[in-house]
Design a protein around this ligand. Structure first.
Ligand code: WQD
Length: 339
């Protein structure tokens, strides 16, 4: 069985390809290189001694997607990462997000529903919960009105998959990620944010590397112990391994009509100030930062209840916040040439 990884040259996708190849699985990557670089293929090969097959395809091109599946008729599993994912950009340019994130999903599913058997893992996000009422967040927490078109595309994507799975042979699972951070311990692959990083950890590492003057902490007036917002930061390698386990469970699953949802997090919340303190410890240097106003659309707190994924998938996160920050820092220094 060959596994298609869409967005496989991206941050989470590339780390997942490494874990799939480590398990001896045959992988083909589709990526349109809009938010990644071809050098990531070299990094994957250096880690696993195996270069994945790569197809530079834009999933918005329906004919190109159909042609791909005609040429790769042995693809029976798909892990779908490819999507635009910048919350702020989605507010500015909603149609870019609806076209890219929804049309691509539809074209993939159209090809899969024609197959006698197809396993499908959807990259979703805890953003669908908005500000959940209760912490830690379980999969039963209500999906709230999306705070951005990006978040809405994840909600709509989940609903499309639920509808299609009921009337096809598509055997699907939805993985709702919390906050992925860090880099592979080999430092051969990691996060490559284009432009000014939107996310906390790449902004921290770029500040520590001297690319940014200082980190702006978005708000210190949240109802949390130290006033800064709390998130569940999961090492990207732990997250990648969750996909391998989820695929193995999908293949073994008998009741294939039911689409299961899993929160993929560590189960531990960390505030922005706690992340800064942890980073200063692993980097052994002070991080320049200033407190500014809250960022539009940010929630106070989100961390996962991991009982379901622990018990039903048999997966749990093992790597710590410090290990993730240490790998992110080592990666930053390497790509800045000071490693
Ligand atoms: C984390 C915390 C910020 C930057 C988003 C998406 C989510 C997923 C991960 C795609 C927040 C604070 C950040 C900065 C700061 N993306 N922060 N200064 O917003 O929790 O989640 O990215 O899948 O779907 O919603 O992650 O890293 O942007 O922010 O103070 O320069 O760090 O306010 O509290 P977020 P983040």
């Amino acid at each position: 069985m060959r596994i298609l990884v869409t967005g496989g040259l991206g941050f989470i996708g590339s780390h997942t390809v490494v874990e799939l190849q480590n398990e001896g699985l045959d992988v083909v990557i589709i990526d349109n290189l809009s938010n990644s670089s071809i050098e990531v293929l070299d990094g994957i090969e250096r880690i696993t001694n195996k270069r994945p097959v790569f197809e530079n395809i834009d999933l918005r091109d329906k004919n190109a997607v159909q042609d791909f599946f005609n040429r790769y008729s042995d693809v029976q599993g798909v892990i779908h990462f490819a999507a635009s994912k910048a919350v702020g950009e989605s507010v500015e340019n909603p149609l870019l997000y609806y076209e890219n994130n929804i049309n691509s999903l539809v074209y993939l599913l159209q090809q899969l529903q024609a197959k006698p058997e197809a396993h499908f893992i959807f990259s979703s996000s805890c953003t669908v919960y908005g500000q959940a009422e209760q912490m830690p967040i379980t999969e039963e927490a209500p999906v709230q009105q999306a705070m951005s078109p990006y978040g809405n595309t994840k909600q709509i994507g989940e609903e499309i998959i639920q509808d299609v799975a009921k009337v096809s042979n598509i055997n699907a699972v939805l993985l709702r990620y919390f906050n992925p951070i860090g880099a592979h311990p080999s430092i051969e692959i990691g996060e490559l944010p284009l432009g000014v990083p939107q996310n906390l950890v790449p902004f921290i590492t770029q500040t520590a590397a001297g690319l940014r003057k200082e980190l702006s902490v978005f708000g210190e007036d949240y109802p949390t112990p130290d006033g800064t917002a709390i998130r569940d930061y999961i090492h990207v390698v732990d997250l990648a391994k969750a996909h391998v386990v989820a695929l193995q469970r999908l293949i073994a699953k008998t009741n294939r009509e039911k689409v299961e949802t899993f929160n993929i997090g560590t189960g531990k919340g960390s505030s922005v100030l706690e992340v800064i303190q942890a980073f200063e410890k692993v980097a052994n240097q002070k991080l320049p930062y200033k407190i500014v106003g809250r960022r539009e659309g940010d929630i106070t707190e989100a961390y996962a209840n991991t009982d379901k994924v622990n018990n039903e998938l048999g997966w749990k996160a093992h790597l710590s916040l410090e290990q993730a920050l240490d790998s992110a820092w080592k990666w930053e220094k390497k790509i800045r040439g000071s490693f």
